[in-house]
Design a protein around this ligand. Structure first.
Ligand SMILES: Cc1ncc(COP(=O)(O)O)c(C=O)c1O
Length: 378
């Protein structure tokens, strides 16, 4: 049985997003070790298969040394939290200078809950700064992802339950020496997740810099909705006529169900999608109003769509994991559900899909694609 669904947002309005679209995060990211803009691939084969004019694929399979886009939010949110603690914005150009400027804060620990990528990014940021890290993960996380987080030097606590349970437990880690850098928000905890959303803006700024093309539609993979909120802020602040579509797994579609209800609703677990980065039962409190007014459509999809999209991307030389393929999977699902023309996927449309991660579960990648990720290029 499928619960796939395509929903037009009845709450769409031109309400202000409440987020600036400044380039401050981009200027910060440029100073991090290993920064380079990620590729924007113009795929004719995908455009033909989708029946549109152009498909631009922003490939986040390798970002600041990690196989997902999440370092953009984790690094900026950590930086803003440290600056707030320091009480002033330090002057620095190299990372060594930043570390020196932060020395008065002493030894700290960064903590976060994760379904994989965000926690690894927080752990990497802690390692770069010489801090400890404590990462909380749900009990169904595959070993490769846990090992990757431990590989950053973090202590990992496996929480009995879902990602949402891990978030609840991680919240208690905050104390004088430990900063919780969460990508989701809740009552009374909004500043770091707000900066996470701002940090993701670098992706959209880079797209803007890499193409003159007026994007007609953007597919946004959506877990707690921080990433989608960043995309909404970018395009709505620019008053662009771009159609924005969230993509979620059909059994963890908390944004779609909230949009349908007109208020935030929980979609309880267990969430068993292979798109694990999207296995969230609650939208982020601060992302929600942005999504409610700024999204045009929501789609909830089954796992086979993600696997199909992984193979299509592999054929283009792009390594994309299950979650990373969700945006493209959403575009094909819109067509398959007969919503293409309504959503604007017509022969003139220029479409942006963001591949948000590489092969973070290499064993499953090889099972789906038929080749190990190391054999692939881009
Ligand atoms: C690879 C990947 N893509 C997309 C998302 C969704 O981001 P958000 O939870 O902000 O909606 C995540 C979240 O963990 C992720 O890891």
């Amino acid at each position: 049985m499928t619960n796939e669904e395509l929903l037009r947002n009845p709450g769409r309005s031109d309400a202000p997003t409440g987020f600036a679209s400044g380039r401050e995060p981009l200027a910060f990211h440029r100073k991090l070790p290993g920064y380079a803009p990620t590729p924007l691939v113009d795929s004719q084969a995908l455009a033909e298969a989708l029946g549109v004019h152009r498909v631009l694929v922003k490939v986040e399979s390798s970002r600041l040394g990690l196989p997902a886009f999440k370092m953009l939010g984790a690094s900026w949110a950590t930086y803003r939290s440290l600056v707030a603690r320091l009480g002033h914005e330090p002057a620095w150009s190299t990372f060594d200078e930043l570390r020196d400027a932060l020395a008065p804060l002493g030894q700290l620990c960064l903590a976060a809950a994760t379904d994989g990528n965000h926690g690894r990014a927080v752990a990497r940021m802690a390692k770069l700064l010489g801090y400890a890290a404590h990462i909380f993960v749900p009990d169904d996380m595959v070993a490769a992802r846990i090992d990757a987080i431990r590989g950053e030097g973090a202590e990992v606590t496996i929480v009995s339950g879902t990602y949402d349970d891990a978030v609840a437990i991680s919240a208690a880690a905050q104390d004088e020496r430990c900063l919780v850098i969460s990508d989701t928000s809740w009552e009374g905890y909004v500043d770091p997740p707000r900066h996470v959303i701002e940090g993701y803006a670098t992706i959209f700024a880079e797209v803007e810099d890499a193409t003159d093309c007026a994007i007609d539609a953007v597919f946004l993979p959506t877990g707690v909705g921080a990433f989608a909120a960043s995309g909404v802020a970018h395009y709505r602040n620019a008053n662009a006529a771009t159609t924005l579509i969230s993509v979620e797994p059909s059994d963890a579609d908390c944004v779609l169900e909230s949009i349908k209800a007109g208020h935030m609703v929980e979609v309880p677990g267990p969430h068993r999608s292979c798109m694990v980065g999207l296995n969230c039962g609650n939208a982020s409190l601060i992302a929600w109003p942005v999504l409610q007014s700024g999204l045009d459509w929501c789609i909830a999809i089954d796992d086979h769509r993600a696997e199909d999209a992984m193979r299509r991307l592999a054929a283009e030389g792009i390594v994309a994991g299950e979650t990373g393929s969700a945006a493209l999977a959403g575009a094909f699902a819109v067509q398959a559900l007969g919503g293409g023309l309504q959503v604007g996927l017509d022969p003139d449309a220029d479409v942006l899909v963001i591949v948000t991660e590489g092969a973070t579960d290499p064993v499953n990648y090889e099972r789906v694609v038929g080749r190990p990720p190391e054999e692939m290029r881009r």
